[in-house]
Write a protein that binds this ligand. Structure first.
Ligand code: ZN
Length: 272
């Protein structure tokens, strides 16, 4: 009896490993509901990039958004009452990262905490040298590998309203989610062959080193200095630039642009 149960469990695990992604994608697709005309108008006002997307891309984005919204719980913090406009604008920006990828909308993400604006992380932070800062840090967002994402609504609005300034909080945090799909964030989200992984590592490490050097010299370029924090932050920061200033990134860092373009399945050079 015990052996039979074990065999069934093993078969179920193998089937999930082989077909889990497809089953999830089909399951979420069944739950999709189209946006209303009013929601589309509001989204186009809040997010000019949504209105500029070609029709097939906009349709795909809406499908991803509905799948995302059908199972992610939004929790308002510090008295914020989460409404439909907030849910849609967060979902639209988060799902931009999946437009060229063939996968369900962040199956790992289950709860999104929304603050009215920047907030102070309540948990004491360990600073450089092991010093504990009991006051926490001022933050605009966080991404956790256990499927929680925290965002400042004010920054979500600003990010959507200025799609070509090279910064976007939602893209940043959800790039971390893609990176964290395999566990902790490392700045190497590519789950390809060994040669592909090695090439990613070589190209991104070289670009990260150049960026750190430029930041140390006090030079302010296309990539935000925050990207020099570590390789995981570098990936999130250059993802923002990829979606918002693709042409400039392609000119400044052609190899890295090419790798990001392959990873996201998009060519963003002419989006701006
Ligand atoms: Zn980050």
């Amino acid at each position: 009896m015990a052996i039979t149960i074990l065999v069934i469990l093993c078969a179920a695990l193998i089937a999930w490993w082989l077909y889990g992604d497809q089953w999830l994608a089909r399951y979420y697709k069944r739950r999709e509901r189209p946006l209303t005309a009013g929601q589309r108008r509001q989204l186009a006002r809040d997010m000019p990039l949504y209105a500029r997307l070609p029709s097939p891309m906009r349709e795909k984005l809406e499908g991803l958004m509905m799948a995302f919204l059908s199972r992610v719980d939004f929790v308002g913090c510090e008295g914020l009452r989460v409404n439909s406009r907030m849910r849609l604008l967060v979902a639209a920006q988060a799902c931009l990262l999946l437009l060229g990828r063939d996968e369900p909308a962040y199956p790992n993400v289950h709860t999104l905490y929304l603050y009215p604006e920047g907030y102070i992380n309540a948990a004491p932070q360990r600073l450089a040298g092991g010093v504990i800062d009991p006051n926490g840090r001022h933050l605009a967002g966080e991404s956790w590998h256990d499927g929680r994402v925290v965002l400042s609504w004010n920054d979500c609005l600003y990010s959507a309203a200025y799609p070509f300034d090279g910064t976007n909080l939602v893209i940043h945090e959800f790039a971390h989610q893609l990176d964290q799909a395999k566990g902790s964030a490392t700045g190497a989200p590519l789950q390809g062959s060994l040669p592909q992984a090695k090439r990613w590592q070589a190209v991104f490490q070289a670009a990260f080193d150049r960026h750190c050097l430029a930041v140390a010299r006090g030079e302010h370029g296309l990539i935000d200095p925050y990207g020099a924090t570590n390789p995981a932050e570098f990936f999130a920061v250059v993802s923002e630039v990829f979606f918002e200033r693709g042409l400039e990134l392609a000119e400044a860092e052609p190899q890295m642009y090419e790798m990001l373009s392959a990873f996201y399945g998009l060519d963003t050079r002419h989006w701006a």
